[in-house]
Design a protein around this ligand. Sequence first.
Ligand code: TYD
Length: 413
Amino acid sequence: MSDYKIRNKCGICSSTDLISILNLGKQPPANSLIDDLTLLSQEVKFPLRLGFCKNCCFVQLLDIVNKEFLFKNYLYMTSGSKPIVQHFNKYAKDIHDDFLKNDNESTVLEIGSNDGSLLLEFKKLGCKILGIEPAQNLAKLANELNISTQNSFFSSNVAKEIIKSKKISVVVANNVVGHIEDLHDFMNGIKILIGNDGIFIFEVPYLNDLIKKLEFDTIYHEHLSYFSLLPIINWVNQYELEIFDIKKQSVHGGTIRVFITKKGNIPQKNSVKTFLNEEHNYGLDKIETYEKFAQNVLNLKSKLLKKIMELKSENKSIIGYGAPAKGNVLLNYCNIDHKIIDFIIDTTPLKQGKFTPGTHIPIYHPSKMENKGSNDVSLLLAWNYKNEILENEKLFRDRGGKFLIPIPEPTII
Ligand code: TYD
């Protein structure tokens, strides 16, 4: 099966001392929504296991699905989520103020620029911009909005081409480094792009939050890596690069923003030591931490299913709120399908009218909630937007509708 392979050595240190720490069963790719139920025979599933490198503590997937298969036509659009657009607005301002105030000549390059939402914020601030985006549909969309975007996967060869015609001062990559299979070619490309004085800034969900808040549903085939600071240091050191700062962000259930430059270019801030100490104190470098996590995930599954069966026995109808990739992991892992959930609502136009992979639940526009109320419970699959969704669905709640928040502990509110 050429669409899938098993990882047998660590993506950062190449050690073969990799062990499985969590098995989420066979799952369809979490974003592979189904257009039409007559196409079900084409649905594919792959094993989904999380591994830990005993040598360098890097947490990574053991099951790798071909990237062409996962990313060529991508439904996730950053502009679809208001909190992300707000995050990008502040993000661009902060980076501009800290690094780009006196630089009108060089370009901000974004790897995995999606529909161009972040680059648009840089453009508004007067920066030159360029996006690299592998999904054809998204690159086309961004170009139509005048966000200059190259439709390709990023690689060191792409980096070599770019610097022939452009000086790059800042490279950003949001929620994309975890998708990269060849981390070494990637960092080599970064080194080429940023040269002696450029900066690379990336944001990834933080492993510490994943473990603490039991965000197991953020583990899926697109996310090959689950970062803590310790392995990142090992990784960038191999390229004579250095982390000079790290900051916590609240998006995506807990994210880190990591700042990298050529070794010696910018003095390292205390934040780096502080993060390393916290990770050590929490045990991110110990296998026992992950064994406990896996047991907690199993317990969560039993509790959630028990709660749902209780609601069903009270004749409540259950709907799903949000059709994020993570929702599909949770539904598939817990075997919650179209027989249990009537439908899911989601604000993303591209997702409406489709069906969830593996569980075959129809996805509708939020207007479907209009008749819902006291007899209904909405399973919050997009838990990362809890505040916004509860606010948007005030009328549903006023009519007596309840939300079931699945993680870290199934809770009805
Ligand atoms: P996202 O955070 O992108 O998660 P993932 O990375 O796991 O795919 O997905 C959030 C989903 O929730 C997205 O499909 C849009 C949807 N959504 C709503 O339906 N209503 C809302 O109010 C918000 C904020 C998001």
